[in-house]
Design a binder for this molecule. Structure first.
Ligand SMILES: [Zn+2]
Length: 304
């Protein structure tokens, strides 16, 4: 019985639910013609007037995302130091681009500025999959994804890009809307997250070769995405999500390897301990085997 409890605690270390506290939103004086608000943790600035409900909901999603990353038993939470981390909303393509946004995306994290950018037009309107890098069903999940990058600002440098993207999508898959997170039953919520985005009517989940993702750095990841047709780009995030899930829930050795990578002194190059490159095909096989009985038929393209 004691053993069973220990196993359960190790496999499910997060609180099952994180429920948003009452939203905190304090209007600040305008700066450079932009509206400014402070939430519990973040600064939001915008060049468009936001409806109070949209703004409160954004504040709640942002603050609860920070709480969720902080609650994780791994030392993931490491936001920028010495400043209130910033979320900037731009209505115009030109201003979005000027701050570092990639044209055609609905939101993104600009690492060198420790900034989450949101394209107002895409965020506040129904998502148009043709214009979004992630083709999101739910733009709030996109905000969660980008905020996880921001909350991990100082840990990202210790991780390969597939893990950075996979962890961000892992939290997005646990987001149930409006800042509520549910960490119970990871298999079920990941299955639903991927089915909704990739394959609502069919158990087949199209992915990309694991070996292609493993060596990518941040720039390489963006270039790789741009090489894919827009409606296939989410496959890269889905593949990264499944790899991150395996790292977190696939046994103590993998979990400890990730902890070691996060705790390593910086500037020693990327950790080699996570998934060795030669194991791409073997990793694919183990993912296929794991998910088949859980209702996902993973489809990796045949090697060329
Ligand atoms: Zn990302």
């Amino acid at each position: 019985m004691a053993l069973l409890l220990i196993t359960a605690a190790a496999a499910d270390p997060l609180p099952r639910e994180i429920v948003p506290a009452k939203a905190v939103l304090v209007a600040r004086p305008d700066e450079n013609g932009r509206k400014v608000w402070h939430t519990r943790f973040f600064r939001i600035d915008s060049d468009i007037e936001l409806r109070p409900n949209d703004l409160l909901r954004l504040a709640q999603v942002a603050d609860t995302t920070a709480a969720a990353v902080k609650a994780h038993p791994l030392p993931l939470f490491a936001p920028p130091e010495g400043q209130r981390a910033r979320i900037a909303i731009h209505a115009r393509d030109s201003a979005y681009k000027e701050e570092g946004g990639v044209p055609g995306t609905a939101g993104m994290y600009v690492a060198r500025k420790a900034l989450v950018l949101i394209h107002g037009e895409h965020f506040l309107r129904a998502p148009d999959p043709a214009r979004s890098r992630l083709a999101p069903q739910n733009n709030e999940d996109l905000v969660v994804h980008e905020l996880v990058h921001l909350c991990m600002h100082r840990t990202n440098a210790r991780l390969p890009q597939w893990m950075i993207e996979g962890l961000a999508e892992y939290f997005a898959s646990a987001h149930a809307g409006g800042g509520r997170f549910s960490f119970g039953n990871a298999d079920q919520r990941i299955r639903e997250h991927l089915r909704t985005r990739l394959s609502p009517d069919d158990p087949g989940i199209p992915l990309i070769p694991v070996a292609g993702l493993l060596p990518l750095d941040g720039r390489g990841w963006l270039r790789y995405l741009e090489s894919l047709p827009v409606d296939e780009r989410y496959r890269a995030y889905a593949t990264a999500l499944l790899l991150a899930h395996q790292q977190l829930h696939g046994g103590k050795a993998r979990f400890d390897a990730l902890r070691a990578a996060l705790e390593e002194p910086r500037n020693r190059g990327l950790p080699q301990s996570l998934v060795p490159l030669a194991e791409g095909p073997a990793t694919q096989k183990s993912l296929v085997r794991y998910w088949q009985p859980k209702g996902l038929s993973l489809e990796f393209p045949a090697p060329p």
